[in-house]
Design a protein around this ligand. Structure first.
Ligand code: ADP
Ligand code: MG
Length: 385
């Protein structure tokens, strides 16, 4: 998982007195029998780089189009900067949208593409010249001002589309899969650049993506969507460490999920004991609310939170709250890390991740090696939904 690149900023969503900049209130949109958006309520704050993350067809683009005014909701309201824009046409909203296809005019130069919206708005010529120059500098393209789109690389076209969208100085910029047309290497580079530009201009960005790594790397907060609903809204770190549901846990990063039943919960320590038949073990996990005995739950543990031992771990030296033994069934060497699949006697597969620090520490476990796996109660998340 890439480290978040965002600099530390205030977290207005933690401040109960902070006014949201964008308010989505109970928005529902159906197409025939399909609920593209199903009672969506969401607050977004000024200056955020907010991501709508979900699989294909989860309703992300529909929600973005409703914000832009390209689609009318069946129910609910949209407020931007305190103004109810629900019934305003797109051009009367302080919003601009950047499409995945970029939709650049092929017969116009870079400069003319960026100036297009400003000319339509009949801005004075000097103002247009100034803004186009600023935008060209912002996206580092002054030397390419005279080129046509077909004379540009994919990454350069993406930057022109961004410059054109920002030239109108919208209060809110909507980006639908903004990096979707770029290949993997260019996408990673462009992620950093886009965050950097957003921080410099300070405009509120709402981005749609199906790529969890992209959302994690770029966003201040993420709303995870599934079948038109918002499942969880949080910072990348909280989504990763404290997924609220199994769907979120499995959608964001790699994770082990073990089914089990609650044996008992200790309110004082906040620990729950869970019988897990597939591991033939009792697991200890942290959970804030007490759970009744017998409740069906899942225990989720990230592969990198699991320690690997070649002999049974001794109490007191390492975490022995959860210990499972198994044999190596598969090894994936990924350069910086190796992922081992360890099969337990009861038939469960546990994925563990070992980070390579020095060259000499490259995969040192082999197929059929017996390994003891251990993790702390605090590293496991109990999922009830
Ligand atoms: P996403 O952007 O997350 O892939 P969309 O918002 O495009 O999802 O679509 C959500 C659901 O609404 C899908 O089932 C899609 O088929 C449906 N849908 C979206 N737009 C239309 C439309 N104009 N007509 C009919 N169905 C639509
Ligand atoms: Mg879409």
């Amino acid at each position: 998982m890439a480290a978040p690149v965002r600099s530390a900023t205030a977290e207005p969503w933690r401040d109960p007195s902070a006014q949201p900049f964008v308010r989505i209130e109970g928005v529902t949109k159906t197409f025939g029998k399909v609920y593209a958006c199903d009672d969506v309520t969401l607050d977004i704050y000024r200056g955020e780089f907010f991501a709508l993350l979900g699989g294909s067809g989860s309703g992300k683009s529909t929600l973005l189009r409703i914000l832009a005014g390209l689609e009318a909701p069946d129910q609910g309201r949209i407020l931007i900067d305190g103004l109810d824009v629900t019934h305003l046409p797109p051009y009367q909203r302080p919003v601009n949208m950047m499409f995945q296809s970029y939709a650049l005019f092929p017969h116009m130069t870079v400069e003319q593409n960026i100036a297009f919206g400003l000319r339509q708005d009949r801005l004075p010529a000097a103002e247009i010249r100034d803004r186009v120059r600023q935008m060209l500098e912002l996206v580092r393209m002054p030397q390419l001002a005279g080129r046509k789109p077909h004379q540009l690389s994919g990454g350069q076209r993406q930057r022109v589309a961004l410059a054109r969208a920002l030239a109108k100085q919208p209060k809110l910029l909507l980006l639908d899969e903004p990096l979707g047309a770029l290949d993997k290497r260019l996408r990673e580079h462009t992620q950093f650049e886009l965050v950097n530009i957003q921080e410099r201009v300070g405009t509120t960005f709402i981005m749609v993506t199906h790529d969890q790594e992209e959302a994690m790397t770029m966003s201040s907060r993420i709303a995870v969507m599934d079948t038109g609903r918002i499942i969880q809204v949080s910072t990348p770190a909280v989504l990763y460490e404290y997924p609220a549901t199994r769907f979120v846990a499995e959608f964001i990063g790699g994770i082990n999920i073990f089914e089990g039943r609650v044996v008992d919960s200790d309110e004082e320590s906040g620990q729950v004991r869970i019988q897990c038949d597939a591991l033939d073990a009792e697991l200890l996990a942290r959970h804030t609310d007490p759970l009744p005995e017998g409740t069906s739950v899942s225990v989720a543990v990230r592969p990198e939170k699991i320690d690997v031992h070649e002999t049974p771990p001794e109490r007191g030296t390492v975490a022995t709250e959860n210990v499972v033994v198994g044999k190596v069934r598969d090894i994936a060497y990924l350069g910086d890390v190796s992922i081992y699949q360890v099969a337990t006697g009861a038939g469960a597969i546990v994925r563990v991740q070992e980070t390579h620090v020095a060259r000499s520490s490259e995969p040192h476990y082999d197929w059929d090696d017996t390994l003891w796996l251990s993790w702390e109660a605090a590293s496991a998340v109990v999922l009830t939904a």
